[in-house]
Design a protein around this ligand. Structure first.
Ligand SMILES: [Cu+2]
Length: 353
């Protein structure tokens, strides 16, 4: 009997010891879901490299939170520039009908101290937009004919420092002192709208690779860890400083995220995330916006509110970390007329040493 008691005590003690020895910040939920950045620290001297991929799909136009047919998005036949419907200018020369925004990201992190991690992120966007033509003078084709534009290259480069303000065994508060530098090209021309016949036109706002400004990107993250689950809350901003050389600045952007991750095992987690996104209109006027014939050239048509849901999984496999998420947009209310966001997929591989 005493042997049984001794064995039981030994087993309980060993289990407690295991639970205590378990590095709670090193399990499958050590990073937030794939759509989140600036959420975790590295200990002094530790490096991390990550490749992250995102693809966002946008199809059909929306005015406020109402869907608009392609024909209504073009607007009634008439001379450019544009026709006002319900107080809102529509397209006239052409309308976008679909866009895919692909992004390749290279992310490097380094633990400068146990409470300060430095990071940088290189972005390679690849943007494709399909359109149909209106009835403005279109040497490229008649009303209803289609054309596609494409752009890719370096985007803006993000870097900054994450500072741990609070941290113990089960919670963390992390301040993100982030910024971006304007390495992305904001002026490229195309003759696709006119089928190669007309003069080159600058690509419109959503097809540009960067903001053209230095941006401040402060953010703050709170995380709480339990034995088999964790949750987090993050407020992250992206605010252009001044105006770019073409005379405008992109949206101020604010994101509020909350998420919960559940550990199925120490190496495999599932997550649910809710995201609110607010964007303001662009400021200033683009000196190259020679027409307002298409909604994607209008500074006032860049703002809005989006509510996204993220369903994700994180996995730790032989020192490699995988993070994937599918993010449908559940609600959106867009300023003016814009392409609506349908969903995004985000996936990453990372390794720390
Ligand atoms: Cu990291």
């Amino acid at each position: 009997m005493s042997r049984f008691v001794a064995l039981t005590i030994a087993l309980v003690l060993s289990h407690v010891a295991t639970a205590d020895d378990r590095d709670r910040f090193g399990l499958a939920d050590k990073h937030a879901p794939a759509g989140i950045m600036g959420d975790h620290m590295h200990e002094k001297g530790e490096w991390m490299v990550e490749y992250k991929y995102m693809n966002m799909y946008m199809e059909d136009n929306r005015r406020g939170d109402d869907k608009v047919s392609d024909q209504d998005a073009i607007g009634p036949p008439g001379p450019p520039p544009g026709i006002v419907v319900d107080g809102i200018q529509t397209n006239n020369g052409a309308t976008p009908t679909q866009m895919t925004m692909e992004m390749h990201m290279a992310h490097i992190m380094y633990g400068a101290t146990d409470d300060i991690s430095l990071y940088t992120m290189l972005m390679l966007p690849s943007l494709t937009m399909d359109h149909i033509r209106g009835d403005a003078p279109n040497p490229g084709g008649p009303r209803g004919s289609e054309f596609t534009t494409h752009n890719s290259g370096f985007g803006d480069t993000a870097f900054g420092a994450l500072v741990r303000l609070l941290g113990d065994d089960d919670e963390e508060l992390i301040l993100n002192l982030g910024c971006s530098v304007p390495t992305g090209d904001i002026y490229r021309e195309t003759t696709n709208p006119s089928g190669g016949f007309g003069p080159p036109q600058p690509l419109p706002f959503p097809m540009r690779l960067g903001s053209g400004t230095f941006n401040a990107r402060p953010g703050i993250t709170y995380k709480r860890f339990s034995d088999w689950w964790s949750w987090g809350l993050q407020f992250q901003t992206d605010i252009p400083i001044g105006r770019n050389y073409r005379g405008y600045s992109v949206s101020d952007e604010f994101r509020l995220n909350s998420w919960t991750s559940i550990l199925l095992t120490d190496k495999w987690a599932l997550s649910v995330r809710k995201e609110h996104v607010w964007k303001t209109a662009f400021d200033g006027t683009d000196s190259s916006a020679n027409n307002a014939v298409i909604s994607t050239n209008v500074e006032e048509f860049r703002g809005g509110y989006w509510y996204n849901l993220g369903i994700g999984t994180q996995m730790s496999l032989h020192g490699h970390y995988f993070n994937a998420e599918i993010v449908p947009t559940l609600y959106q209310n867009l300023d003016g007329i814009q392409l609506e966001t349908d969903f995004a997929v985000i996936a990453s591989w990372s390794k720390a040493w």
